[in-house]
Ligand binder design. Sequence first.
Ligand SMILES: Cc1cc2nc3c(=O)[nH]c(=O)nc-3n(C[C@H](O)[C@H](O)[C@H](O)COP(=O)(O)OP(=O)(O)OC[C@H]3O[C@@H](n4cnc5c(N)ncnc54)[C@H](O)[C@@H]3O)c2cc1C
Length: 493
Amino acid sequence: MSPGLHHVDVIVVGGGPAGCIVANTIAQRTDKSVLLLEAGVDRDPNALVVDDPTISPDLFVAQSSPAHVTTQRITNHRNPSPYLRGQGIGGSATINGLLCLPGLPSDYDAWAKAGCDGYSWDDLSPVFTQLGRSMRTTTAATWGAVDRMLVGATGLLDIGAWQEIGTARCVMAIDETGRRVVNTPTLRENLSVRTHTTVQSLLVDDKRVVHGVRLDDGTEIESVHTFLCTGAFASPAILLRSGIQRPGIGRNLHDHVGITLDLTIDNPTPLTHATMPFGTAVSNVVHHAEDWVQVNASSEKDHVTAHEVRRIPSSSLTIQVLPLNRLGLTDGLQHRGALMATPLEATHTQGDVTIDADGTPTITMPNDRDERDSEALRRAAVALANIGSQFDADVRPAIPNICTELSAMNDHELDDWIDEHPGSYFHAAGTCRMGAATDEQAVVDPHCAVIGYSGLSVVDASIIPRLPTAGPYLPVMAIATLAAERFVNCLST
Ligand SMILES: Cc1cc2nc3c(=O)[nH]c(=O)nc-3n(C[C@H](O)[C@H](O)[C@H](O)COP(=O)(O)OP(=O)(O)OC[C@H]3O[C@@H](n4cnc5c(N)ncnc54)[C@H](O)[C@@H]3O)c2cc1C
């Protein structure tokens, strides 16, 4: 900690996954002085036990730490439940589901084609592989009742990799002892960290050069370069409060939106250190909806293989079915589980982040869903009905016959059911999207530099142009790795 520091080479704002990677890389690879500013708390270096919220892999244990959870109000959102964000060193990764999937090659090739040079699959896949070395797949010993039922109903593919169709062991950011792995700053002489420090705005001169940041208590800290890594809601808000002028700031807010089928569990897996998050381990079922129907219709037809997955046409819809082995930590919630089905398609329904007169952000999602999203959710509901009907007496839908009823519903009835059974993944992205420097709506160029300004970059989930067929956690880490390496390389040329 260096509370008195008022001038550094590089300021990194936000200690989430992106901010920690950027700060660590620049500090390790250069002699530049780096200051990481984080609004929330520090990590507790003494946390040793797995049921400690700061290191537990269990989503619900992690979210029991009030210091790490903040909620956002979404205006006009169809789903009225609070939108969770993590805060403190580690950011949303301190409370997230830890699932690490890279997505599909076509996701990133589309980014590159849309002007994000250097972010094609060929560019990113070595980084995914490198990051994946420190991750682990779940084992059967850590599964809960819903995992086991799901594996029983769908079969388990013997592929520990990460982009397959079928039920697979999840790849998660956990260590060999099952603890939550979170990016943290590695302290060194040229890297300082200040937690409980909220950045209000940037110091920008009339030549559009950014000279540092202003904290919420009015303190100014100067820098040669500033990286904004405060996530999909705070990054556009800080840019707007600073008067940065790009028409795309705050636009293109999109997410993965799913639905939930409630389950009753007669014999829940006891909550112990040996069990894993989402209740226990998450089996990751990624299904092409039509394939799923065929598999159920003909169980001998074992065409769900890794080989086939990679040949699925890019126009097909991928639905991820996530088994929740419990819905929380209290005794009552141990007997309640769920299947969440989420089309791993970026939503076409887009919202935005704006600020009001005093700089407070407003996050808005339109009430009316894009028809393509409605259709994807209907297919997810049918996939849920198909899977739910396979479950046995021990793990069964909380409403008897709901699977039969869902299968018989018309679109209008399905839409109503979907609205009443939301399932949020908290994958907000896209509000400072990357694109070519000539792209009017792009906020950052492929170097992550804010277009039209100098001394300022944004590196976090906000620059994702369109969510890949995966959660943003691993992609954000990969983008941050590449962006920081490229920044360092530019310094040395
Ligand atoms: C409950 C939940 C479950 C999730 N599960 C998964 C999952 O299983 N798999 C997956 O792929 N993704 C998941 N995600 C999404 C994933 O965690 C995020 O996309 C990812 O953490 C984004 O990283 P980031 O660095 O962009 O931002 P964040 O992780 O949000 O970090 C931003 C940091 O900036 C700090 N900050 C904000 N404003 C300021 C300010 N003004 N000054 C200083 N600091 C500030 C915040 O406190 C925070 O620490 C989940 C998210 C949540 C909330």
